[in-house]
Design a protein around this ligand. Structure first.
Ligand SMILES: Cc1cc2nc3c(=O)[nH]c(=O)nc-3n(C[C@H](O)[C@H](O)[C@H](O)COP(=O)(O)O)c2cc1C
Length: 179
């Protein structure tokens, strides 16, 4: 049994990313009935942004008491991670960046040198910005690598509606071997 975790990275609990992430989560549960599929919305969590104090360098953990500790536990038990994120000015929305930055304790725990689990990024955007979404991908790849994940695939859906995205993801992520 594998543990598959789907994270909706949007600050909006009921937006397009949430619809896509829920659809993906349902598809994964159907395709892999033996697996444990967990769906998490960052919008439901309280994750403060990193303040760069480097307490985690000495303590191995952040001093802040919020929902990130639970997320680190979830990630530690995750075999395949799926992040669905909107693009904000080519990069991640602030709440998702806060989550990524709070992976920093793993930098000092040397997690990045251990074998990595697979991660996949679904990019949701409305388009109209000529600057693309590379910063979102790079921030995700960089922080998840420290957190113990290798970003294996990126699935950009700029200007598509959520039901279209879910059906197209089916081919890319669910039917194909992803772990
Ligand atoms: C502050 C802000 C910046 C955005 N920047 C971009 C962008 O650079 N490129 C893009 O395609 N869409 C951009 N969008 C549109 C969102 O990515 C799009 O509306 C997405 O569906 C929002 O996800 P949600 O429905 O899960 O909240 C931006 C939206 C906001 C609020």
């Amino acid at each position: 049994m594998a543990k598959r975790t789907v994270i909706c990275a949007s600050p909006r609990a009921m937006g397009k990313s949430a619809r896509v992430a829920k659809g993906l989560s349902d598809m994964l549960a159907k395709r892999f009935p033996e697996d444990d599929v967990e769906y998490i919305r960052l919008a439901d969590l309280n994750i403060h942004h990193c303040i760069g104090c480097n307490t985690c360098e000495h303590d191995g953990a952040c001093f802040m008491e919020d929902d990130m500790a639970g997320m680190l536990d979830t990630l530690a038990g995750t075999d395949a991670l799926y992040v669905v994120s909107p693009v904000y000015f080519a990069g991640p929305p602030a709440n998702y960046k806060a989550f990524l930055d709070r992976l920093q304790p793993h930098f000092y725990l040397q997690t990045r040198k251990a074998p990595k689990s697979d991660a996949h990024l679904v990019v949701v955007g409305d388009g109209g910005d000529p600057n693309g979404y590379d910063p979102l991908v790079v921030c995700t790849r960089s922080a998840l690598a420290v957190g113990g994940f290798k970003l294996q695939s990126v699935h950009p859906f700029i200007g598509a509606d959520s039901s279209d995205i879910v059906s197209r993801l089916s081919d890319d992520l669910v039917e194909g071997e992803c772990v």
